[in-house]
Ligand binder design. Structure first.
Ligand code: XMP
Length: 323
């Protein structure tokens, strides 16, 4: 009989059996899968799990705090936060090419995560033998050959696997679909903001700035994105849309007028999409009043933004993200 409490009970027993009296590490990304996997393992082995969260400085407003405070409060998980913002920004300096950005972010992430692992092992000894992964059933099927999908962008998942793996994997979500993972997360008492979170790319806002990634641009985009998310939530549209990337066209300027003054600012793109699995998508027909509210607020409240545009492209031909 499939109930979430049965799944939790069964997985907790299996994890205990697998890990025995050893220790485990889990990378948290802020996403649903790693959070639920970590919460399950925490329930099974408590303090013998150490979670690692790499703050690459490319998260949206409030997301790092959500992991640091709310997730820890809800689960009691032992968490190591690595503040690597400066390192990532330095590595990204002068880089505009999307594939380059993805490679750099992926590379830096693995380096920082491996260093954190090494530090934990130095602290806790050789009993650290396990790495927790939030692999879902569809990931298992996909990597098993099945329906191969063309990988057009070099995807990487924060929390992803370092290449010279010496750990045994703990994958408590291997039999679950996304909606089941959310139910298990809820059963485990995780915050709704984490359990219901829409997809967000591992490279974060780094691939939502068209142009070079800088701290100022990230802050600006964070403000615009927070407004869009707030208004979409207020309008009750979260369940209806798959996700809504908010993109800063940092290399584009256009003329505007505000008060008596001419402005020469950047456009923000709204990219709300509906989708079943992100392989294909359609642009969401959002109510005009909601779009108007978001546009007015962003242009009034976000410095250097004087225009908001709506992306009305389906996927294909456009991808969901702009980079
Ligand atoms: P695209 O832009 O390829 O995106 O249509 C499809 C879905 O994947 C997400 N995405 C990523 N997720 N790491 C991730 O974990 C990545 O590097 C990455 N790039 C894109 C995107 O947000 C959408 O949901």
């Amino acid at each position: 009989d499939w109930t979430t409490s049965n799944v939790v009970e069964e997985q907790v027993a299996l994890i205990r059996e697998q890990v025995g009296d050893k220790r485990a590490i889990c990378g948290l990304s802020g996403g649903v899968d790693s959070a639920v996997a970590a919460a399950l393992v925490q329930r099974a082995i408590g303090d013998r799990l150490t979670c690692v969260y790499v703050d690459h400085g490319l998260m949206r407003k409030g997301e790092t705090e959500q992991v640091e405070k709310d997730f820890v409060a809800a689960t009691g998980v032992k968490l190591v936060v690595v503040d690597a913002e400066e390192r990532f920004l330095t590595a990204l300096k002068g880089v505009s090419d999307p594939e380059q950005k993805r490679k750099i972010i992926g590379r830096e992430f693995i380096r920082v995560f491996e260093q954190a692992q090494a530090d934990i092992i130095a602290d806790e000894g050789p009993a650290v033998e396990f790495l927790v992964q939030g692999t879902l059933y569809p990931d298992v099927v996909e990597s098993g050959g099945g329906t191969g999908t063309a990988n057009i962008k070099s995807h990487h998942n924060v929390g992803g696997l370092p290449e010279d793996l010496e750990f045994q994997l703990v994958e408590p979500l291997r039999k679950l679909f996304k909606d089941e993972v959310r139910m298990v997360g809820q059963e485990l008492g995780l915050p709704a903001e984490i359990v219901q979170r829409q997809p967000f790319p591992g490279p974060g806002l780094g691939i939502r700035i068209v142009g070079e990634v800088t701290k100022e641009r990230l802050d600006l985009l964070r403000d615009a994105d927070a407004i869009a998310r707030e208004e979409l939530t207020l309008a009750g549209l979260d369940a209806e849309i798959w996700q809504c990337p908010v993109v800063l066209l940092a290399d584009v300027r256009s003329v505007g007028v505000q008060g008596d003054g001419r402005t020469y600012g950047h456009p923000i793109v709204l990219r709300p999409v509906s989708s079943e699995d992100a392989m294909t998508a359609d642009w969401s027909r959002l109510p005009y009043e909601v779009l108007a509210k978001i546009s007015t607020r962003i242009t009034n409240e976000v410095k250097d933004v004087n225009r908001v545009v709506l992306d009305v492209t389906s996927k294909p031909p456009g991808t969901i993200e702009w980079e």
